[in-house]
Design a protein around this ligand. Structure first.
Ligand SMILES: Cc1ncc(COP(=O)(O)O)c(C=O)c1O
Length: 412
């Protein structure tokens, strides 16, 4: 037998967050806690199907007018329009002026991928793979890979996290923007920055926008947690809406995985804001070509659930209530963890736990302390010290707080 034609293919290591979950599953220790997952969990540690989603799923199942015909290449029109509307706001001038378009995508990742592919083909020249792509340091690890796989050759980082201060390094960030080549692309987390949980304030966003406009930098927002961060859709979309009001042309990748709990339905949307209807039309026509050779046309179930919910005032209110339930639980876990660490007198300051927002928190634990947490305490978290607040429950809070205390006092 000849050797396999795949014999030279290197084995790629598993994706860190999935590896962590697999290790957690295999651990038989009864104290184990998974703070590494990228999804919402209830206080019982269970996944949550939003009640409004359950209701709409039943409506869809009993609606005999629906079928399984292909959707249009760009997706379900009512999904696309409503998704862009919640990103940009009901009274968005850009929507009124007919200079907003969108592409239904396979999750937020799909929106980033279609956007990246389009930019590589058509932005700043033609197939300009040398356009610098700036990703925050640190960031969701897929940002790098998505833009690299789209063909970009110059992926850089911009200052974001100040480890000493456990907060935003605004001066570093603005400095990187000042020095970036014109037309560079900046990936900006719209809210609930992953993994640090630290967002610019509105005043800081204004400074960022001023520099980006002066330096002709392109904002590509990634909005994966709208509503989840603060409990308010409006607050969490503030930055995107501000940039639009400042006249930027921009992309905004939206994910409905977290705020609808529709992780495996792969529901996303890429909102495109242009200078006028004609520009947007031309951009969409090229995006249509990209989608055609990528997934040809998108799946309908998740998009129908989101579209039905967003287009009915009553269901929309129910959804906002469900999102708030999730956001409030996260906020409660934040304050409970902080107060426990402070009561234990754990060395260091812990105000960052409540100041950070969204699902994730950068604890400040170093890799050795993380290793101690995993190996000795069976508490699973990312090597960066990032924890998912939803992994905390009223039952495991004391154990987690005491374990962090031990890790910080025993291991330097
Ligand atoms: C910052 C960020 N962007 C995008 C995504 C991707 O979301 P989706 O699962 O919808 O592809 C995530 C998911 O973890 C994320 O954290």
């Amino acid at each position: 037998m000849a050797a396999s034609i795949f014999a030279a293919v290197p084995l790629s290591p598993p994706v860190a967050v999935f590896k962590l979950t697999a290790d957690f599953r295999e651990d038989s220790d009864s104290r184990k806690v998974n703070l590494g997952v990228g999804a919402y969990r209830t206080d019982e540690g269970q996944p949550w199907v939003l009640p409004v989603v359950k209701k709409v799923e039943q409506m869809i199942a009993s609606d005999n007018s629906l079928n399984h015909e292909y959707l249009p290449i760009l997706g379900l029109p009512e999904f696309r329009a409503n998704a862009s509307r919640i990103a940009l706001g009901d009274d968005s001038p850009a929507i009124k002026e007919n200079r907003v378009g969108s592409v239904q995508s396979l999750g937020g990742t799909g929106a980033l991928r279609i956007g990246a592919e389009f930019l590589r083909r058509w932005y700043n020249g033609n197939n300009n793979t040398a356009t610098p792509i700036y990703v925050s340091a640190p960031s969701w690890e897929n940002h790098n890979s998505v833009f690299m796989d789209a063909g970009f050759k110059d992926i850089r980082t911009y200052h974001y996290w100040d480890a000493a201060k456990r907060g935003l390094d605004l001066q570093g960030l603005l400095g990187d923007m000042e020095h970036a080549p014109e037309f560079s692309i900046f990936i900006l987390h719209a809210c609930a920055h992953n993994p640090t949980g630290t967002d610019p304030t509105p005043e800081q966003w204004k400074q960022i926008a001023t520099v980006m406009k002066r330096r002709s930098l392109f904002p590509f927002f990634d909005s994966a947690y709208q509503g989840f961060a603060s409990g308010s859709l409006e607050k969490d979309a503030w930055a995107v809406r501000y940039f639009v009001s400042e006249g930027f042309e921009l992309f905004c990748a939206q994910s409905f995985s977290k705020n609808f709990g529709l992780y495996n339905e792969r529901v996303g949307n890429l909102t495109v804001v242009g200078k006028d209807a004609d520009n947007v039309q031309r951009v969409l026509s090229q995006m249509e070509k990209i989608v055609r050779t990528t997934w040809s046309n998108p799946p309908s179930q998740g998009a129908r659930i989101v579209a039905t919910t967003l287009s009915s005032p009553q269901l929309f209110d129910e959804w906002k209530g469900n999102v708030k339930t999730m956001a409030d639980r996260v906020l409660l876990m934040r304050s409970e963890l902080r107060s426990r660490l402070e009561a234990l007198g754990t060395p260091g300051t812990w105000n960052h736990i409540t100041e950070q927002i969204g699902m994730f928190s950068f604890t400040g634990l170093n890799p050795k302390q993380v290793e101690y947490m995993v190996k000795e305490k069976h508490i699973y978290l990312m090597a960066s010290g990032r924890i998912n607040m939803c992994g905390l429950t009223t039952k495991n809070l004391d154990y987690v707080a005491k374990s962090i205390h031990e890790a910080v006092t025993k291991i330097q």
